[in-house]
Design a protein around this ligand. Structure first.
Ligand code: ZN
Length: 386
């Protein structure tokens, strides 16, 4: 589940949408920092970008790329990735590690110059089918999987169309998004099933668009704990069309509410660091003159009375300082019980967009994917792009 999704500094572009003549492909980074990469398959074709040579291997073949050797042979400019090779196998599958993949495998010398990234270039529909098994579960109801397919397709197409990862890094990284909790987690063909294939096929080409018919990133998270958040409540940037909604659905599923004990001195230090790093402020009063309360108007912030000064801290920022493994969501309060201080929270993940356990429960209650998406993205419409 994408707990970290969108937490890196990134540029949000709203883009106008045009239909596609055919199914687009997506370039997904499936591995990084590898010393070597071994790919195998039947009738594979290896195109080496460095000397523009192509070699076809008949029958079953194994290819090993020694990235350390490449890196010593190439004089690298800093902050630049280099595409080394592109391996395809026509209609056959390519094996890497324990997984099998459709499409091409691109071997990229990463910007550290010492290792390789592996990028699977594949039809976005094939990608979505493997993703459903990872971001949700093969056993979940098809209507929940269909809602997830549309949200994930929208998220991926937005990344592709804006070329956001390369633009943020400042050089061509040769991939659109990575298979990780930072973006979206996808798998190999072994992870997809009849049910994930079916949910993908039945929503082929469908995305969410804003009222202005713009493609925006469709966020989702594991469990909101009762109410979803807007992107600007978590990451300090607005995405038009988003609104927080009540979610009476997810409480039966997933982890129970979480509770972390923190020492008062540790909490003060964390709040101070959060103010310094994210809010251009710091604590000045003595410990005795500090008071912390919830913001009555905004569930996403805490009010800090620093002597006579009122300061505001975003919970999502404080969560970064405490660590995602301890603070499981942005939906929490701070409570003093006897002499101990606790962070007590509901839900899991950033809380923006679609609540996945909420979608599961809605589907169990007989709601369709359209009703699920309408609930979590009330200002967005479903459109077919291809
Ligand atoms: Zn929820």
């Amino acid at each position: 589940m994408n707990i970290y999704q969108g937490l890196i500094a990134f540029i949000i572009f709203a883009i106008s949408i045009n239909s596609y003549a055919s199914v687009p492909t997506v370039k997904v980074k499936i591995a990084d920092s590898k010393d070597d990469i071994t790919l195998s398959g039947k009738n594979i074709v290896n195109h080496l970008d460095l000397n523009q040579s192509t070699k076809k291997y008949y029958g079953h073949q194994k290819l090993k790329f020694n990235c350390k050797k490449f890196s010593s042979a190439i004089s690298l400019r800093k902050n630049k990735s280099i595409k080394l090779a592109s391996v395809s196998a026509g209609p056959n599958l390519i094996k890497w590690n324990e997984g099998v993949y459709k499409g091409k495998m691109n071997v990229i010398l990463s910007d550290d110059g010492k290792s390789c990234d592996l990028v699977n270039e594949v039809s976005i529909e094939s990608y979505i089918s493997t993703l459903l098994a990872k971001e949700m579960h093969n056993s979940w109801p098809v209507e929940a999987l269909k809602a997830q397919a549309i949200a994930a397709r929208t998220y991926a197409l937005h990344k592709i169309k804006t070329d956001e990862v390369s633009k943020t890094k400042g050089f061509n990284v040769y991939y659109d998004l990575e298979s990780s909790q930072k973006h979206q987690v996808s798998g190999s063909l072994k992870d997809s099933s009849t049910r994930t294939y079916y949910a993908t096929r039945l929503t082929e080409g469908l995305v969410l668009v804003s009222k202005k018919k713009k493609l925006e990133p469709a966020f989702y998270h594991s469990k909101c704990g009762g109410h979803t958040l807007r992107p600007d409540q978590v990451w300090n940037h607005k995405v038009s069309g988003y609104t927080g909604v009540k979610c009476p659905y997810c409480h039966k599923h997933g982890n129970k509410d979480w509770k972390v004990k923190v020492k008062p001195a540790q909490l003060i230090s964390l709040v101070d660091k959060t103010l310094q790093d994210f809010h251009s402020a710091s604590l000045v009063a003595s410990k005795k003159k500090l008071r912390m309360t919830k913001d009555r108007n905004k569930n996403a912030t805490l009010r800090i009375y620093d002597g006579d000064n009122l300061k505001t801290v975003q919970k999502s920022r404080l969560r970064v300082k405490l660590g995602y493994k301890k603070a499981l969501s942005n939906n929490f309060k701070i409570a003093k019980i006897k002499n101990d201080v606790y962070m007590m929270g509901k839900g899991m993940g950033h809380g923006v967009g679609m609540c996945q356990y909420g979608a599961l429960e809605m589907a169990k209650l007989g709601k369709t994917y359209k009703q699920i998406l309408k609930h979590y993205f009330p200002n967005f419409k479903i459109r077919r792009l291809y």
